[in-house]
Ligand binder design. Structure first.
Ligand SMILES: *[C@@H]1O[C@H](CO)[C@@H](O)[C@H](O)[C@H]1NC(C)=O
Ligand SMILES: *[C@@H]1O[C@H](CO)[C@@H](O)[C@H](O)[C@H]1NC(C)=O
Ligand SMILES: *[C@@H]1O[C@H](CO)[C@@H](O)[C@H](O)[C@H]1NC(C)=O
Ligand SMILES: *[C@@H]1O[C@H](CO)[C@@H](O)[C@H](O)[C@H]1NC(C)=O
Ligand SMILES: *[C@@H]1O[C@H](CO)[C@@H](O)[C@H](O)[C@H]1NC(C)=O
Length: 470
């Protein structure tokens, strides 16, 4: 407090003159120019990873420091890893985690002790530090370990009438659904608009014909040995021409997807006469369009490249000459956070008040956290969150120097952006207006030909009150 309270009588914030660039560089030579920013950034950040138990997981992270290219003597960023917020002990002979070339986290022999105890699972992030300058942390990546395949339901013998649809179930642990494929007569089954694998892993055989009869099984295959389900016979039933009541074999469920991904809303109907299936979004009839909206497997709706406009309540309506049935489900489309405004590098003097900006978009609205040199910023008398997500730092002290990061997160992802704060000695000349943001990619003003002009503005401050300008 006392440190922060130290109030300067007169603080010269910026020198104002028209300054020939040559003069500026002479000043720089004499050492009165401010330190340049030393940006640290991640060129690769770890991403969510699904791994198989017993195998090896590799999480990538690559950090760079801005001066390394132009100045080989510049300090290099070194990288460490955190799991669930705690630094990983990567001592030799320690746990199975090891670091490859300082940028990759290698966890070998992933363990799963039981269904509920998977010690390697968790949230990982890498932390890059330049000694004496500061620290930044990467986005977080979730490591999931798929357990051993266990079938909670298997395909069962079934019959299907010509032209109708049938569903063969294959339920495994949710993590392993992406690894399900189907076989008929022990040969890989080629999927198409008629033979469709649902998001649950189940197989839909639609518009059935004699060629579809046979023995089916599903296979869960990732890096471990393949696990086969029981085999089930699908037989073609004779068409008696008798009326059969329409019923849903599979109905769509509420689903949440990320912008840009695809969604398959299942809807499988049986009955005779074979029904026609149409879809509505709200009260609007959906028209198929190639590459965007297609009805597959006799009734399921495939939507490609989701946008926010695809969100809504979808109804699957099946009708034949005598009957209409309908079911509906909501599709939610999430957008991962994106920056509209990132915090900018900043020069400032002690006792000044500054604001780091951070503006994000995303759906649902992201939560925003600030981190200083790798540690969460806890709002206080000196650190305030203003205008939604901006960070205001009041009454700067030398120890406020370092890297500030804005971390934004929602259900669809998380991102981070960082900015460096340099506290200037009083009377130091800064290349940029003080206390204002500067994008790291902004060039200092003034040409290299020696005739450039630097323009800045002079403010005099007394007890943090602005007296005059000019
Ligand atoms: C990590 O890097 C390796 C090679 O450097 C690459 O093969 C792999 O795909 C990367 N993994 C991820 C998740 O980015
Ligand atoms: C069903 O398959 C038959 C051929 O077996 C084909 O002539 C017919 O057009 C198909 N019906 C639909 C609705 O795709
Ligand atoms: C997905 O949709 C977006 C926005 O409509 C479009 O810009 C992009 O090109 C589409 N991508 C593909 C692969 O169709
Ligand atoms: C239509 O459905 C009703 C009720 O399910 C049934 O009684 C009737 O026989 C069916 N057929 C026709 C042609 O109406
Ligand atoms: C010097 O550089 C400035 C800015 O880059 C440019 O506007 C000016 O024309 C240049 N003058 C000469 C003599 O090259």
């Amino acid at each position: 407090m006392a440190e922060r309270g130290a109030c300067l009588l007169l603080s010269l914030l910026c020198l104002t003159f028209l300054y020939p660039a040559t003069t500026v560089s002479r000043h720089a030579d004499k050492g009165t120019a401010a330190r340049q920013f030393s940006p640290i950034w991640f060129s690769v950040e770890p991403s969510d990873t699904l791994a198989v138990r017993g195998a090896t997981a590799l999480l990538n992270c690559s950090a760079h420091s801005g001066n390394a290219a132009s100045d080989p003597a510049a300090p290099r960023a070194h990288v460490e890893w955190k799991k669930d917020g705690t630094f990983l002990g990567l001592a030799p002979g320690g746990p199975r985690a090891g670091v490859l070339r300082a940028v990759k986290l290698l966890i070998s022999g992933l363990v799963v002790h039981s269904k509920h105890n998977k010690p390697d699972e968790g949230t990982y992030q890498c932390v890059a530090t330049i000694d004496s300058l500061g620290t930044i942390t990467s986005r977080t990546a979730r490591l999931t370990i798929a357990g051993m395949p266990r079938f909670s339901s298997q395909p069962a013998a079934a019959g299907v009438h010509p032209g109708e649809s049938q569903v063969l179930a294959c339920d495994v642990n949710p993590d392993l659904v992406p690894y399900i494929r189907w076989e008929r007569e022990r040969e890989p089954l080629e999927l198409n608009a008629r033979l469709v694998q649902l998001p649950s892993g189940a197989l839909v055989v639609s518009n059935a014909s004699e060629a579809d009869a046979g023995l089916y099984r599903c296979v869960v295959e990732n890096t471990g040995p393949a696990k086969f389900s029981e085999e089930a016979q699908l037989s073609l039933l004779p068409e008696t021409g008798e009326e059969r009541k329409l019923k849903f074999l599979v109905e769509p469920l509420p689903v949440t997807k990320v912008v840009g991904s695809n969604a398959l809303l299942p809807c499988v109907v049986s009955g005779f006469p074979v029904p026609y299936v149409r879809w509505m979004q709200g009260d609007k009839l959906i028209e198929e369009s190639e590459g965007k909206l297609e009805v597959v497997g006799g009734g399921s709706l495939q939507i490609y490249n989701l946008t926010g406009e695809d969100a809504g309540v979808y109804s699957c309506v099946a009708d034949n000459s005598n009957d209409t049935i309908e079911t509906q489900a909501e599709l939610t489309v999430q957008a991962p956070p994106q920056f509209l405004k990132r915090p900018a590098n900043m020069y400032a003097h002690e006792s000044m008040d500054i604001v780091f900006e951070c503006e994000v978009t995303g759906s649902p609205a992201p939560t925003v956290k600030w981190v200083k040199n790798g540690d969460a910023v806890i709002p206080s008398d000196y650190f305030k969150i203003i205008k939604e997500h901006n960070l205001q730092v009041l009454g700067l002290v030398k120890s406020d120097e370092g890297f500030y990061q804005c971390l934004a997160e929602n259900g669809a992802g998380n991102i981070q952006a960082s900015a460096q704060l340099i506290i200037l000695e009083h009377g130091t000349f800064a290349w940029q207006p003080i206390g204002q943001g500067l994008r790291p990619d902004t060039e200092p003003m003034g040409g290299s030909n020696g005739t450039g002009v630097l323009k800045c503005q002079c403010d005099w401050w007394v007890f943090k009150k602005k007296l005059s300008t000019g």
